[in-house]
Design a protein around this ligand. Structure first.
Ligand code: SF4
Ligand code: SF4
Length: 144
């Protein structure tokens, strides 16, 4: 991978650099709701049942079959990244903003990110097999 590839435009990243840009926060594994009137996307404290305590997907190879709305971030969808969390590395770079100092690529590990409460387990409250979908609106935590 190229030195400081995370400062390059997303469109110039190769596949390996693209994958490495993810900070592993797993905030995108929170369930989201879209406001019908404003089209605003809200994140809830309800997290996908397949996420483990270390922010790894337990069903990674079958995730799109198990969870049809599981996020797949590709270069072709850059224009849609505005619904990602504001701290997401892909959204930040799509908006030509720098990565935060706690990003593992800059900090050298996940420790600073976790210490600063930037990973999903700092905000997730329940898993989506514990709360019926019609009640997710009671768990809103932040706007995309
Ligand atoms: S929110 Fe963005 S940076 Fe965080 S895990 Fe999801 S894709 Fe990666
Ligand atoms: S299936 Fe895996 S990657 Fe997809 S939302 Fe659930 S935990 Fe996250």
């Amino acid at each position: 991978m190229r030195s400081e590839f995370w400062t390059l435009p997303l469109s110039e990243l190769d596949q390996q650099e693209w994958e490495a840009l993810c900070d592993g926060c797993a905030l995108c594994c929170l369930q989201k709701l879209e406001d019908d009137e404003t089209n605003e996307v809200w994140y809830t404290g309800v997290v996908c049942r397949y996420l483990d305590s270390k922010c790894h997907c337990k069903v990674y190879d079958q995730r799109h079959e198990k969870v049809p709305n599981c996020v797949q971030l590709t270069q072709a969808r850059i224009d849609e990244f505005h619904w990602l969390p504001q701290t997401c590395a892909y959204r930040l770079r799509a908006e030509d903003k720098p990565l935060p100092s706690w990003h593992p690529l800059l900090a050298g590990s996940r420790k600073k990110m976790v210490r600063k409460g930037q990973d999903v387990w700092a905000v997730a409250e329940v898993t989506d097999d514990m709360v019926p979908e019609e009640d997710w609106q009671d768990w809103l935590i932040f706007k995309a």
